[in-house]
Design a protein around this ligand. Structure first.
Ligand SMILES: [Fe+2]
Length: 300
C-alpha cells in the first residue's frame, strides 16, 4: 500500500444549534433559522471541497470522552437517536453513520504499536456523541462518506494541557502515517469550538440573534489571536500557546482535537482559509480549512 493522501484538514465545530437552525429531516425540533454566519461558513467549506475527491473523513470529537486511552468506532454502521444532554430542546437527531473500519483499525493498530492505550468500540448499541454527529452533518449533510471517529482521551483533565499535547502530537503523527500507508484519500476534522465560556441561561427563543454575542472581550481577543495564527501559517505558535489559550479561554481545545489536527497535517506553515466565525451561546466558533490540496499543487 502507500500513496495515501490527506487532501484537507479542517476545524469544524459542533454546537447542536447549527443543526437545529438548518432544520434537516433527521432532527425533530424546528427552528426559525439563526447562526447564519456560521452556517454560511460551512456552506463555503463544503463548496471549497466539492471538486476534491476523497474516500473517508477522519474526525476527533471532544464529546466522546474516554479516560483510559483513545478509542475508535469499530463497526461498519451505527444507527440510533442522539439527544443532546444540555439542549434536548434543540437536538434530537436520528443518525445513520457508516464507518471506515479498515482505516480505523489501521490507525488504532499503529497507535497501539507506538505504545498508546487504544480500543476499538464494537458495541452495536453504543450511542455516538452529538459532537461527531453535528460536525458530520454540517460537513457532509448527505452522509455519503464513511468516517473514522476518534475519542477524546481526557488527559487535559487527568493530567495537564502539556501532557495532552504530547499525546495528541504523537497520535497525530501516527494518524498521518497510517493514512499515507492506507492508500486512501482523506479529510481530517477537529470538532471543537475556540473560546468556550458560555451563557448559563438560554433566551426564550434560542435562535433570537439579538441575544447572541461573545461572552467577553478577553474571549474575543483569544479567538482572534488563534485565527490570526491559522491564517498566517503559524501552527507551531498555536501549539506553543495552547496551554495559556486552553486555560484562559476555557477553550474546547482541551479535548485535544486541535493539537491532533495540526500534528496530523504535519504542523503546516501555509495559511489556512477562514470560512466563517461566529458565537453560539457566547462561545467562539471558527470554520477553518487547511487546503493541503492547493498547497501541494503549488509545490509540484
Ligand atoms: Fe462541545
Amino acid at each position: 500500500m502507500g500513496e495515501g493522501k490527506i487532501v484537507a484538514g479542517c476545524l469544524a465545530p459542533h454546537p447542536p444549534h447549527l443543526v437545529y437552525a438548518e432544520n434537516p429531516p433527521q432532527n425533530e425540533p424546528v427552528a426559525e433559522g439563526g447562526w447564519e454566519q456560521l452556517r454560511w461558513g460551512y456552506e463555503r467549506l463544503r463548496e471549497s471541497l466539492k471538486d476534491i475527491e476523497y474516500d473517508s473523513i477522519v474526525l476527533l470529537s471532544p464529546h466522546w470522552q474516554t479516560y483510559v486511552g483513545t478509542h475508535f468506532l469499530g463497526l461498519e454502521n451505527f444507527k440510533s437517536l442522539s439527544v443532546d444532554p444540555i439542549f434536548p430542546n434543540l437536538f434530537r437527531y436520528h443518525y445513520d453513520i457508516n464507518i471506515d473500519v479498515e482505516l480505523s483499525q489501521a490507525i488504532c493498530n499503529a497507535a497501539a504499536e507506538a505504545g498508546l492505550p487504544t480500543k476499538m468500540m464494537t458495541n452495536p448499541d453504543f450511542r455516538v456523541d452529538y459532537g461527531t454527529i453535528t460536525t458530520g452533518h454540517m460537513f457532509n449533510p448527505e452522509w455519503d462518506k464513511p468516517f473514522v471517529v476518534i475519542s477524546s482521551n481526557r488527559s487535559t483533565h487527568y493530567y495537564s494541557v502539556e501532557v495532552m499535547q504530547e499525546m495528541m502530537l504523537e497520535l497525530g503523527r501516527i494518524t498521518r502515517k497510517a493514512i499515507l500507508e492506507s492508500g486512501k484519500r482523506v479529510v481530517v476534522l477537529a470538532s471543537n469550538s475556540l473560546s468556550h465560556r458560555h451563557f448559563t441561561t438560554e433566551s426564550d427563543m434560542p435562535e433570537d440573534m439579538s441575544k447572541e454575542h461573545i461572552t467577553s472581550h478577553a474571549m474575543h481577543l483569544w479567538d482572534m489571536r488563534m485565527i490570526d495564527y491559522m491564517r498566517s501559517g503559524q501552527s507551531q505558535r498555536i501549539i506553543d500557546e495552547m496551554p495559556e489559550f486552553t486555560e484562559q479561554a476555557i477553550a474546547e481545545s482541551d479535548g485535544g482535537g486541535l493539537t491532533w489536527l495540526l500534528s496530523t497535517l504535519g504542523v503546516p506553515e501555509y495559511p489556512a482559509t477562514l470560512h466563517g466565525y461566529g458565537t453560539i451561546i457566547g462561545t467562539g466558533n471558527a470554520i477553518v480549512e487547511w487546503p493541503v490540496h492547493k498547497y501541494e499543487e503549488a509545490k509540484a
